[in-house]
Design a protein. Structure first.
Length: 157
């Protein structure tokens, strides 16, 4: 189970030693929501002074996915829908508030909202479904990919 204040780095970020998305802190609030503090770097700009929509989607996906980690469970994203409400400024403190609407049959139905820090102004809102997986999930993927590569190699001979 993840502790408040800690945050989990993905594989690529662990190798770099920092979160490339700009996440600096996460915590589980008393009401069961999570708060993720983040800043879009200038290198995320899709337009002058505004973060790329893909960055916004990635941050919300990451923050919403961590809800299960707070509960000691591993999930992967099944669906993610983003509603862009306002431009997301770069180089400004931002906060993602996320919560679980329901869990059933290994599926976590979640909501996330990215806000300008210190305000109630929502910049983007997301809904997602995350599916519980066990530690063998990525091993199964690697095996599937190896079978695919073998078939591709045989068909190109």
């Amino acid at each position: 189970m993840k502790k408040s204040g800690d945050f989990v780095l993905c594989v690529a970020c662990r190798e770099q030693g920092f979160c490339r998305l700009g996440i600096t802190r996460e915590e589980l609030l008393e009401d069961g929501k999570s708060l993720t503090q983040v800043k879009a770097g200038a290198d995320t700009a899709g337009s002058p002074g505004v973060a790329h929509g893909g960055w916004t989607a990635s941050v919300l996906d990451e923050a919403m996915g961590h809800l299960a980690i707070f509960a000691g469970t591993f999930t992967v994203t099944s669906t993610l829908t983003i509603e862009y409400l306002r431009p997301v400024p770069v180089e400004r403190d931002l906060e993602a508030y996320c919560w679980v609407e329901k869990c059933e049959n290994g599926r976590w139905y979640t909501v996330g909202e990215l806000r300008l820090a210190g305000t109630e102004k929502a910049l983007a809102r997301a809904k997602g479904v995350f599916i519980e997986r066990d530690a063998s999930h990525f091993k199964k993927h690697q095996e599937w990919l190896a079978r695919h590569d073998q078939r591709s190699a045989k068909s190109s001979e």
